[in-house]
Design a protein around this ligand. Structure first.
Ligand SMILES: CC(C)[C@H](C(=O)O)[C@@H](O)C(=O)O
Ligand code: SF4
Length: 471
């Protein structure tokens, strides 16, 4: 009998099954484990209590990103006590358990989801986990990558395996050519706007179609990063020549003959032509516009040419109340045009949009312009290596001359766990991935946008259709 057609997910899954239990739960082998300061302390504590060591410290690597300040003096300045404790705890744990670690002073330090691919730790065909929901980012390389909880972090540390129930397959196909002024962020916001924050629940989403294949690796990471915001277990994109070129030469990637052998296997991974998906969605890229969220979840999104919806138009009372709460929290008026809404802060960074391509896109808009009076605009590279490259390209000068802050790598204003926070009532155009109440600081109001749209908001002081500036 011929083998049944399989998806990319099916193939990677099957290659990592150690054992299948009678109820269908699988013991899955994990190739790569990334750890950071927020979700690892209890896991190490558990190992210590049980007298265990890591099964494969060599397959593990630690970095600090969430709590770190992004100011130039961060190696010497006194940090907030809680953050300082989490950072010191990770440093003590990696030393005690012999886990490779990238310290704050290392040029390669950065957001865990930026440095994984950048250093060649995230590869096609691997299973990769991290105690962090945006681990879906690494699926852009054609990996099965997903976030896990702290008790699972401990399980992976101890056994290099994880108990998992199989996921369903979903395919989101984006066909055609993206309009000028739009990028990967607009694609993924448009997808979430269409399928909703629960659209991917129980599924691993494979992003496919000509518009996805046309994306560079940074764009693919942006799309996969936010698959978790669509409720999916993971997001992934089939590896292709773009992927192989990206991986080649990276620090921890295979080299020479090992790379050739790896590529030969990676080429077998894309979903079979006749593979069946449990759920299939298609989007025409030509219909996508620069997107902006107006509410407090990523599904509450419209094109920048759009308006704030009127809760009164919503027949379902529960949903109506939810929309009303969003409009109130965001201090917007139903029917109001999004374009022209004044912003106080602009944040360009996070594991969604802090790679060199994102910084180039922001600098292209900032060049020869200036941040509007009264607006604070931060650019936070995703890693020390991104920062270095941007400086080699002169992007820091363009941004500094335009009045942007140019900061050190970290999660920064993506979430309120470090000194970069919104103050109550501040409105922010942000390239990050979450916009719930207080995400960027208590009382802060977040509008999720692309890097180009964020830069446009910075220089005009309001939410602006970037196509008007590019023209
Ligand atoms: C702190 C961490 C557990 C969290 C996550 O899992 O995503 C954070 O990275 C976030 O983006 O909210
Ligand atoms: S940048 Fe934001 S989304 Fe990404 S890992 Fe850090 S806090 Fe989470």
């Amino acid at each position: 009998m011929a083998n049944a057609p399989r998806t990319l997910f099916d193939k990677i899954w099957a290659a990592h099954v150690v054992e299948t239990l009678p109820d269908g739960t699988v013991l899955l082998y994990i190739d790569r484990h990334l750890i950071h300061e927020v979700t690892s302390p209890q896991a190490f504590e558990g190992l210590r209590a049980a007298g265990r060591r890591l099964r494969r410290p060599d397959a593990t690597i630690g970095v600090v990103d969430h709590n770190v300040p992004t100011s130039a003096d961060r190696l010497t300045a006194v940090n907030e006590p809680e953050s300082a404790l989490q950072i010191a705890t990770l440093e003590r744990n990696v030393a005690e358990f012999d886990v490779p670690y990238i310290p704050l002073a290392d040029a390669r330090q950065g957001i865990v989801h930026v440095i994984g691919p950048e250093l060649g730790l995230s590869l096609p065909g691997v299973t990769l986990v991290c105690g962090d929901s945006h681990t879906s980012t690494h699926g852009a390389l054609g990996a099965l990558a997903f976030g896990i909880g702290t008790s699972e972090v401990e399980h992976v540390m101890a056994t290099q395996t994880l108990l998992q129930k199989p996921a369903k397959n979903m395919r989101v196909t984006v066909e055609g050519t993206l309009p000028v002024g739009c990028g990967a962020k607009d694609i993924v916001l448009a997808i979430i706007g269409q399928i909703g924050t629960a659209g991917g629940t129980g599924h691993v989403i494979e992003f496919a179609g000509s518009a996805i294949r046309a994306l560079d690796m940074a764009g693919r990471m942006t799309v996969c990063n936010m698959s978790i915001e669509a409720g999916a277990r993971a997001g992934m994109i089939a590896p292709d020549e773009t992927t192989f070129a990206y991986v080649t030469g990276r620090q921890f990637a295979p080299k020479g003959e090992a790379l050739e052998q790896a590529i030969a296997w990676w080429k077998t991974l894309p979903s079979d032509a006749d593979a069946v998906f449990d759920k299939d969605v298609t989007i025409d890229a030509a219909t996508i516009a620069p997107m902006v969220t107006w509410g407090t979840n990523p599904e509450a999104v419209v094109p920048i040419t759009g308006t704030v919806p009127d809760p009164a138009d919503e027949p379902d009372p529960e949903r109506r109340a939810q929309l009303q709460r969003m409009v109130d929290y965001m201090a917007l008026t139903p029917g109001q045009k999004l374009a022209g809404t004044p912003v106080d802060v602009v944040f360009i960074g996070s594991c969604t949009n802090s790679r060199i391509e994102d910084i180039r896109a922001a600098a292209a808009i900032a060049r020869g312009r200036h941040v509007a009076p009264g607006v604070r605009a931060l650019v936070v590279p995703g890693s020390g290596l991104v920062k270095k490259q941007a400086e080699e390209e002169g992007l820091d000068r363009i941004l500094l001359d335009a009045g942007f802050e140019w900061r050190e790598a970290g999660c920064s204003m993506c979430l309120g766990m470090n000194p970069d926070k919104l103050t109550p009532g501040q409105r922010c155009a942000s390239t990050s991935n979450r916009n719930f109440e207080g995400r960027q600081g208590p009382g802060g109001r977040t509008h999720l946008v692309s890097p180009a749209m964020a830069a446009a908001a910075a220089v005009t002081g309001r939410l602006t259709d970037v196509r008007e500036l590019a023209a």
